[in-house]
Design a binder for this molecule. Structure first.
Ligand code: CP
Length: 430
């Protein structure tokens, strides 16, 4: 087998669109046995699957016709050509993905997990330099893109804020982009104006990634959010098709929810409940795009009305820095996602997400910290997934995804099994 057992089985489940339980039943094995085959090689509970299972799974995939579909897409060339924007290897919008290409992309992210979890190292991007250009505040996106590039063996140069860039002296986006292209091999850009990253991309032929363009899009965040939902659903034995997703908060200016809603709409038969304060509703053009794909959208201003039955609660903070004339300072207390409302409206298998940062200041009433010890809170599993997903973005855009598997070496240090003191027992095992 050229890929690891874990990647092979997850690949088969994704292609067949089956949960672990259904998949285990389908191939006639105990769910517990399947779980041990899906563990990373080297972990204590890991077991090798029998050869007969390998042959049987391959046969099922072929019978479902999905292997053929995958092979056809492979024949059309590298993933970076199929997700290209304007014919260039760039990631500007989630609109560049189909369901098939996003699932293919996640299989590459799966391959990155041993590196992200500090079990393996790779140097496939040795010698490459990333330009991280952040003209707006960021912690997660800037650092995780930088860490992802370094974990593939590359190096990072960055600039933060307008004040310390020559844009403060009137330099244009075109000139900045062209100059940077002579220095680095890929750029990640965050800029406060919608459409600005596409403008950077037009001035260069090196890969450009949109790290957030004002209230526009945040495609890498949506990819890691969807990857997290699929990973959590796999653990919980749920399918994304037909699921109920509740998006909560400032849906007008929150670019993460704009990208996520569009990306989720690649799946089938979803119900979206959009819960926002009056005046901060999801823009109509995004709702229209999602509705035309056959999904149900409901809007409400009340958590009590919108949360019951949700499989995913995705909370966001007030994007005050983007307000035009709105006067909202924070959410009202009855709008706060906390343990009481989650217990009241949802079951034990709901997952609570947030792109972070959450606003912890008094009066903000953002996602409550009283869920911090609750295993339903997936926010740090979500941020951890930023690394394999962003590694996969670079691997695809720079065309090295096929080299990763054979480049892996064991790490020389001993990282903790759980990097956070409150991490759930299943954190990092999927
Ligand atoms: N989620 C997110 O974009 O976080 P940062 O603003 O810290 O990058």
């Amino acid at each position: 087998m050229s890929v690891s057992q874990q990647v092979f089985l997850r690949d088969a489940m994704r292609r067949l669109n089956l949960t672990r339980d259904v998949f285990a039943g389908r191939i006639g094995v105990k769910r517990r046995a399947l779980d041990t085959w899906l563990l990373p090689e080297g972990s204590q509970e890991y077991r090798a699957m029998p050869e007969v299972v390998n042959r049987f799974v391959t046969e099922i995939v072929e019978n479902e016709g999905l292997l053929q579909k995958y092979a056809q897409s492979a024949q059309t060339g590298p993933l970076r050509n199929r997700i290209a924007a304007e014919g260039k290897p760039q990631l500007l919008s989630v609109d560049q993905f189909t369901r098939e290409s996003v699932e293919e992309f996640f299989r590459i992210a799966d391959q990155m997990q041993p590196i992200a979890r500090r079990q393996k190292v790779s140097r496939v991007l040795e010698g490459a330099v990333l330009g991280n250009l952040f003209f707006e505040a960021s912690t997660r996106t800037r650092v995780s893109f930088g860490a992802a590039f370094c974990r593939l063996g590359g190096s990072v140069c960055d600039t933060t804020g307008f004040t310390f860039s020559s844009m403060a002296k009137g330099e244009s986006i075109y000139d900045t982009s062209r100059v940077m292209s002579g220095y680095v091999d890929a750029m990640v850009i965050r800029h406060p104006e919608k459409g600005s990253v596409a403008e950077f991309a037009r001035a260069t032929n090196i890969p450009v990634v949109n790290g957030g363009d004002g209230p526009g899009e945040h495609p890498s965040q949506a990819l890691l959010d969807l990857y997290t939902i699929l990973t959590e659903f796999s653990r919980l034995g749920k399918l994304l098709d037909g699921a109920h997703i509740a998006l909560v908060g400032d849906l007008k200016y929150g670019r993460t929810v704009h990208s996520l809603l569009k990306l989720l709409s690649l799946y089938r038969g979803l119900k979206f409940t959009l819960i926002s304060p009056r005046g901060l509703e999801m823009p109509d053009y995004i709702q229209d795009q999602v509705s035309t794909r056959g999904h149900v959208i409901e809007q409400t201003n009340s958590l009590e009305k919108g949360l019951p039955g949700a499989d995913v609660i995705y909370a966001t903070r007030v994007q005050k820095e983007r307000f035009a004339s709105e006067e909202i300072e924070g959410y009202t207390p009855d709008f706060q996602v906390n343990k009481a409302i989650v217990d009241q409206c949802c079951g034990p298998d709901v997952i609570v997400m947030h792109p972070l940062p959450r606003d912890s200041r008094e009066g903000a009433n953002d996602l409550s910290v009283d869920l911090n010890h609750d295993p339903r809170l997936a926010i740090f599993r979500q941020t951890d997934n930023g690394i394999p997903v962003r590694m996969a973005i670079f691997a695809v855009l720079l065309g090295v995804e096929g080299l990763v598997q054979h480049s892996l070496r064991d790490v020389t240090w001993s990282p903790p099994t759980h990097i956070g003191p409150d991490d759930s027992v299943f954190h990092g095992i999927d």
